[in-house]
Design a protein around this ligand. Structure first.
Ligand code: MG
Length: 275
């Protein structure tokens, strides 16, 4: 699979440091939003990029390798951050994964950075936030409008951190020929609505220009947090049509079965037919 991509990051208008880091080098594309302040948050997100960056340059990445990157980042964070200090990082991204001669996007997430897919002109959030607000939404206690203004909207429930083993979520989706992926930190999505993201992504063809335009729009809206965006286009997919895969399908093919059993809550979401 040939990909083209662009990326942009900015400290924003308020924060003194940029604690976001990003990686955009096939087969892996991700953002990491570090937390901890005082040179801890930026270290945490940079460690993630260093670890996942070891997969850069390969033709595809294996799910076990991705999970190992999460664990190694946590390990190095524990070694790096002084005792008693709190530091952590989100990581959200995609890796090109090959099974049975076809290519897929392996989407991974821990925290509230996000992965979206634009397919057939429709923008769909693939990752699910690990956040207090998402939990309240899932329980039906608040609606989308309340979520946007909630006092705890920045509180996340999972991260790569020093006290616990990382528990990322994974999704496996077929790579469509016309797909465009957006990977971004919450500094983008708290400033721009999904409609606005979709407008930029459908109007701006060049992925680098699109990433820069998204970050610029977030800054124009206030830029209250660090902002990062990676835009990935599939230049040519494997040629196999989009199919809906279930975990059982994959299991029957004896592909990644062990991984799927291991990963808590792994799901393979429906794919939409491209228009
Ligand atoms: Mg942030």
């Amino acid at each position: 699979m040939r990909t083209t991509w662009g990326s942009a990051t900015d400290r924003g208008s308020v924060r003194r440091l940029n604690e976001d880091s990003l990686l955009a080098y096939p087969p892996i594309f991700l953002v990491a939003d570090g937390m901890g302040g005082h040179a801890a948050g930026d270290v945490a997100s940079r460690l993630a990029v260093e670890e996942f960056g070891q997969l850069a340059g390969r033709s595809a990445a294996d799910p076990d390798e991705i999970h190992a990157c999460f664990r190694r980042t946590a390990l190095r964070l524990r070694e790096t951050v002084a005792a008693g200090r709190t530091a952590g990082t989100t990581v959200a991204g995609v890796a090109i994964a090959a099974y049975d001669g076809s290519e897929y996007w392996l989407v991974f997430n821990i925290g509230d950075s996000r992965v979206y897919r634009l397919s057939g002109g429709r923008l769909e959030q693939i990752s699910v936030d690990h956040s207090v607000v998402q939990d309240l939404l899932d329980r039906g206690e608040i609606d989308q409008a309340q979520a946007l203004a909630h006092p705890h909207r920045h509180m996340i429930t999972r991260a790569i951190e020093t006290r616990a083993e990382p528990a990322p979520d994974y999704w496996l989706i077929p790579a469509g020929t016309a797909d465009r992926l957006l990977i971004c930190t919450d500094g983008l999505t708290t400033e721009l609505s999904d409609d606005r993201l979709a407008r930029v992504l459908t109007q701006v063809t060049d992925p680098q220009v699109a990433a820069e335009a998204l970050v610029a729009e977030a800054l124009a809206c206030g830029g209250r947090d660090n902002v990062s965006a990676v835009v990935v286009d599939v230049a040519a997919a494997s040629g196999e049509p989009d199919v809906e895969l279930t975990v059982e399908d994959l299991d029957r093919r004896a592909v990644a079965a062990r991984w799927i059993e291991e990963v808590d809550g792994a799901t393979v979401p429906r794919t939409e037919e491209s228009a």
